[in-house]
Design a protein around this ligand. Sequence first.
Ligand SMILES: Cc1cc2nc3c(=O)[nH]c(=O)nc-3n(C[C@H](O)[C@H](O)[C@H](O)COP(=O)(O)OP(=O)(O)OC[C@H]3O[C@@H](n4cnc5c(N)ncnc54)[C@H](O)[C@@H]3O)c2cc1C
Length: 425
Amino acid sequence: MKNPDVLIAGAGPGGCASALGLAEQGATVLLMDPAPARQPSLSGEWIHPAGVAVLQRLGVEVDGASCAHHQGFIVHPPDRELPITLEHPGSSALSMPHQTLTAALLQMAAAHRGITQLSGHRLLSATEHGLAQTTDGHYRSALVVGADGRSSAVRRALRPAETPPVKLSRTAGIVLPLATLPTEGYGHVILGAPGPILLFRLTPDQVRITFDIPVPGPPQSALIRHLLEEYLPHLPGALRPAARIALTSRMVQWASNTYRPRDFHGRRRCALVGDAVGHNHPLAAHGLSLALLDAEQLAQAPHLGAYRRRSRSTSWAPAHVSAVLGRLFLAPDALSTGLRRSLFAEWHGSPLRTQQAMRQLALLDTRRWPLAATFARTAGRTLTDSGQPDLPALPRRARELLAWGGWLGRTHPPYTEGAPRDHVS
Ligand SMILES: Cc1cc2nc3c(=O)[nH]c(=O)nc-3n(C[C@H](O)[C@H](O)[C@H](O)COP(=O)(O)OP(=O)(O)OC[C@H]3O[C@@H](n4cnc5c(N)ncnc54)[C@H](O)[C@@H]3O)c2cc1C
């Protein structure tokens, strides 16, 4: 099939879901990937309810023995503050090994008459007129979809002069068999180490732990010692012995995290989906859900402009949630600490607010004004320090808050203050 209606580069979650959506609309689709469903070093595993809903609409079924369901998150603040439970209202999140998700999607794609899979080949370049150069020769299509991830060749071809993504942090991941979480049915975010630690049940018999090491971090040779000394003490005591063994016996998977704003969806006959559009720190776990939502929106849009508008409006809130959480959870300055305490106090005091926060985190509410209102309320609370305002300091703190709000209003990389703006080559 040298002239399919649609050529999709990349058979990750975004590419497979795009193939299924577009083939359902009657298009003939060629799905090309050099190594589909390959075991990735470390990649997305937690899917928020909005992403789960897309999988359900696609009819994807995952064997219950390969996945786990979650009611929400429990945030463990530093300094022995009380943990905060954030529940998904009326829905649940899903986690599974990344390759389990892609294998399930690929299986559905293989069963679809409109989709042809081409493994072992990659797209090299594409033009906005729908011409693609690949390792399997040249193709001409009505639409080329770049679902080829963070270093998208389609994006590079359309925007050759673009600066590379900003390097944010490294993630170390371990899997513990037969381990028990402090509270089952929730993801746990532990703060207090140099970067956040995330614990969640990956499958019925495996617990995933990830450690985020912000840039610049220690040199490669000192990373494991850094994790043992600075992160391990923050884990629940019952998990520490197994985590120590996993960390010291080379069972660690590594990934580097980069940031590119979700600001480019393609041009004319070339569309981008998922990480190729832009990507963020994995802390908020939005990447998979956004890739699935992009795919659905692309398949349903009458033209590229309509897809761009819908995807942009969906992406605004998650981008800001990621940025705020990253800064509140990582920045050591007094203002960010004050904002974090105010936000946590609000969550402690109001189940309604925690539900609202979870709807925003889970991409179920992507409207701008509720998020802006949350920031304004949190900022106001920080200024008055819970009813006892430090009057002489008020003007200075108000100025600092305005600067913080100004940072939030721009297209900003997540918090990496104090670290060089290292670019990935
Ligand atoms: C450490 C870490 C943890 C994460 N955790 C989460 C999480 O818990 N939840 C979450 O939602 N997100 C998470 N993410 C993000 C998530 O993994 C991505 O957002 C998601 O995988 C994006 O899907 P995608 O289909 O756009 O791209 P990818 O999953 O990157 O798939 C791209 C595909 O394109 C193929 N490809 C590459 N180049 C070419 C080419 N030239 N031609 C053809 N094919 C090509 C690749 O082989 C690959 O199969 C995490 C990311 C990291 C790094």
